[in-house]
Design a protein. Structure first.
Length: 78
């Protein structure tokens, strides 16, 4: 499931999954790869593609600011 999560995240960030794999602790918001609008799309994609439902009110920016953290949050719910 980690690979699929990373693929979805990479798509929303506008990069290849391999780019994110280079630094799984990169701050996606600070690097301009993720913003509030992209987070909404990300949550929709996780629901539609993985069946993992996360509400925007359940997710704090600090919980999903790196690829590792995104994988952790989604995996716990999946």
């Amino acid at each position: 499931m980690d690979e699929k999560i990373l693929e979805i995240l990479a798509e929303k960030c506008g990069v290849e999954p391999e780019d994110l794999k280079e630094d799984m602790d990169i701050d996606l918001f600070e690097e301009g790869l993720l913003d509030s609008f992209a987070v909404l799309g990300l949550l929709v994609d996780f629901d539609e593609k993985l069946g993992v439902k996360l509400e925007i009110t359940e997710v704090d920016r600090a919980d999903i600011n790196t690829p590792n953290k995104v994988i952790e949050v989604v995996s716990k719910r999946g």
